[in-house]
Design a protein around this ligand. Structure first.
Ligand SMILES: [Fe+2]
Ligand SMILES: [Fe+2]
Length: 374
């Protein structure tokens, strides 16, 4: 178990404990928008954000994965603060990758530096009332025991630790490790929510919207047979986050990370992903990146709450729509199974299967179906 008292940043943590939930001032008729995975270290994405109209009455929820470069994060947050009346943020995995310029010795220090940047700029990272709506940013990290689905048996697949950049570009202080099935990092971030949400539990407003970068429920990920790199299922979600969302029982929970537009309801909570994703993903597989409304593609940010009607607009996602009609099937083969079963390097595997993936039972396989992780 990670010991908070050994953490150098304890002072920073303690100073962040709120005694009551704060409120932000909003004008009549405000709306709440959501976006995740803006990845503005891609110039095209930053340019896209610059085209977003000013919505000074409105609020934006930014659900992680901006950049590992703090100067890019700063530029992005400043740009969004120019367009929205208030911005809420929680970090994603890319935000905690170390960068030569940030001077951080580990990703926990990077996290606190991000917190400091948000405080400096006036970006909210803790629960606040927006009118009569309670917004709850939730910190999280993934752990492998979130994944309960049987593994794909294929010797071309390498463990997620060998494939995913987080395992190379994040560094963790003693006591925290992403290896050997440890949930220590997920527990660390989940426990930081205790102080942040302590005051929330005393009051229940008319509407609650929470958001996180990672997935709180396994139902929010396609089956492994549809994933380009199935072991990624071990690095997407947190059971601890799931329990926290369950206790909070929000009207809406916004999440990100997987770069799939998603809109569904589970146990009385709406779950939505409004990712911007990478430029190549938007051109290669727009059908699974963007949510739709009334059949029309919706580019983020998505309006998720409209005042004064108190409406939660409904959207359609490619995969979430599929699973509204289809059960999960673990008896069917991996979509990208190679016919000859020859082991090849992951990058070659990606290129090869992009051209030669077999057809299997499931949704019609559109061109360019890829998994977004780098
Ligand atoms: Fe992302
Ligand atoms: Fe992510």
């Amino acid at each position: 178990m990670f010991d908070f008292d050994k953490l150098e940043q304890r002072e920073q943590r303690d100073s962040a404990i709120p005694v009551e939930v704060s409120s932000v001032e909003v004008e009549e008729g405000f709306g709440i928008y959501a976006v995740s995975d803006v990845h503005t270290d891609k110039r095209e994405n930053m340019d896209l954000l610059r085209t977003w109209p000013a919505r000074p009455r409105d609020v934006l929820l930014l659900a992680g994965d901006v950049s590992n470069d703090l100067s890019v994060v700063r530029t992005t947050l400043e740009l969004l603060l120019e367009r929205f009346g208030h911005v809420f943020f929680c970090p994603g995995n890319h935000d905690l990758w170390l960068h030569p310029k940030d001077g951080c010795k580990d990703s926990v220090e990077k996290f606190w530096k991000l917190e400091g940047l948000c405080q400096e700029l006036g970006v909210k990272t803790q629960p606040s009332y927006v009118g009569k709506v309670l917004i709850v940013p939730l910190l999280s990290w993934y752990h492998s025991s979130f994944d309960k689905e049987p593994d794909i048996q294929d010797d071309t697949l390498v463990p997620v630790e060998k494939m995913m950049s987080d395992f190379m570009l994040c560094k963790w202080p003693p006591g925290l490790t992403p290896l050997a099935g440890s949930d220590s990092i997920a527990t660390f971030f989940d426990q930081l929510n205790d102080q942040r949400t302590a005051a929330v539990n005393q009051e229940r407003p008319a509407a609650v919207i929470s958001f996180s970068h990672f997935l709180p429920r396994a139902e929010l990920l396609p089956e492994k047979r549809f994933l380009y790199f199935p072991p990624i299922a071990k690095a997407v979600g947190s059971l601890l986050l799931g329990e926290r969302v369950k206790r909070l029982s929000p009207d809406l929970h916004v999440f990100g990370h997987t770069h799939y537009g998603w809109s569904t309801s589970l146990d009385g909570t709406r779950f939505l992903q409004a990712c911007l994703a990478y430029p190549r993903e938007r051109s290669d597989r727009p059908f699974s990146v963007f949510c739709k409304r009334d059949g029309l593609k919706q580019c983020p940010p998505l309006l998720v709450y409209g005042h004064p009607t108190g409406e939660f607009p409904s959207y359609d996602g490619f995969w979430s729509g599929y699973y509204q009609e289809q059960p999960k099937r673990h008896d069917l083969p991996w979509l990208y199974q190679r016919r000859d079963q020859a082991p090849i390097p992951p990058r070659g595997l990606r290129r090869g299967l992009r051209k030669h993936g077999p057809e299997v039972e499931g949704p019609e396989r559109p061109e360019g179906l890829t998994i977004p992780y780098r």
